[in-house]
Write a protein that binds this ligand. Structure first.
Ligand SMILES: [Zn+2]
Length: 127
């Protein structure tokens, strides 16, 4: 691993950990309970995930990025192949939904893991 931020030995880097939804403490793939919903705590080591307040902050931001990318892709397909309109609906609706959910999941996991590794909290001092 070449992640200089990572001080926990034997742990995957931030990106693979976020992709696979790994627990920031033990590395087990226990972070998610649903597609983009955190589990209340790690099933392997018991780390309480509810203490991390990641929220849905990245959602709007990601939706904008995904929306822009899908629009560009849709325009490219339209200009190159000029498919009938239903092709666009069949193609882009599921792609957009999957891209938003997938990127939201990774972004939330990355935030939680980064928060854990830096011991960040909501305005609380480490005593
Ligand atoms: Zn764990």
């Amino acid at each position: 691993m070449t992640d200089p931020q990572s001080d926990s030995k034997g742990q995957p880097g931030l990106v693979p950990a976020a992709l696979f939804g790994c627990c920031p403490r033990c590395g087990a793939r226990t972070l998610f309970d649903g597609v983009a919903k955190f589990a209340p705590k790690c099933r392997a080591c018991g780390l309480d995930f509810t203490q991390f307040n990641v929220g849905d902050g990245p959602a709007a931001f990601l939706t904008l990025i995904v929306g822009a990318l899908v629009t560009i892709a849709a325009l490219t397909v339209e200009l190159k192949f000029s498919p009938p309109f239903w092709v666009h609906i069949v193609l882009w609706v599921p792609i957009t939904a999957a891209a938003v959910i997938g990127s939201l999941r990774v972004a939330k996991a990355a935030l939680l893991i980064a928060e854990y590794r830096r011991n960040a909290g909501e305005g609380q001092e480490k005593k």
